[in-house]
Write a protein that binds this ligand. Structure first.
Ligand code: 2F8
Ligand code: CA
Length: 136
């Protein structure tokens, strides 16, 4: 029986921590080719699982903006809760540095860990997919 080699299980989802760097879009394409999306983050326990597993390495997550000055949204279609999510940004972020930061990553090993960065930058990334009851 195969249980998703290379994927880590946490609370009804599997997560893939890449070992190669990609642009945000290219990372999302990779996740989609594996029946997943760049990860959403919707609870403190999920955020804790992600930053502890990521360690000090910067990883793209599935948060980006509609257009260049639009609102943040999760690429896996999870509704983005702006108020509940404020606590996960690094203090001072998102700052849209150079008016060109439209994708988010997990930058610090801490509860306050998100930074907005240029989507064209290359970083490691985290894919997430719901577990399938047949697998576990
Ligand atoms: O000081 C925070 C600032 O740090 C960098 O800019 C100097 C980040 N840039 C990149 O990651 C490319 C900013 O996004 C971040 O806000
Ligand atoms: Ca920033």
């Amino acid at each position: 029986q195969m249980i998703s080699q290379g994927w880590k299980y946490f609370k009804e989802n599997f997560y893939y921590f890449s070992r190669v760097s990609k642009t945000w879009y290219s990372a999302q394409q990779f996740c989609k080719s594996r029946d997943s999306h760049l990860t959403s983050v919707t609870s403190e326990s999920e955020q804790e699982f992600l930053y502890k597993t990521a360690g000090e390495l910067v990883h793209w997550i599935g948060l980006t903006k509609t257009g260049s000055e639009g609102d943040w949204y999760w690429v896996d279609d999870t509704p983005f809760d702006k108020v509940q999510s404020m606590r996960f940004w690094i203090p001072g972020e998102p700052n849209n540095a150079g008016n060109s930061e439209h994708c988010a990553n997990l930058k610090m090993s801490s509860l306050q860990s998100w930074n907005d960065a240029s989507c064209d930058s290359h970083f490691l990334f985290i894919c997430k997919r719901p577990y399938n009851p047949q697998e576990l």
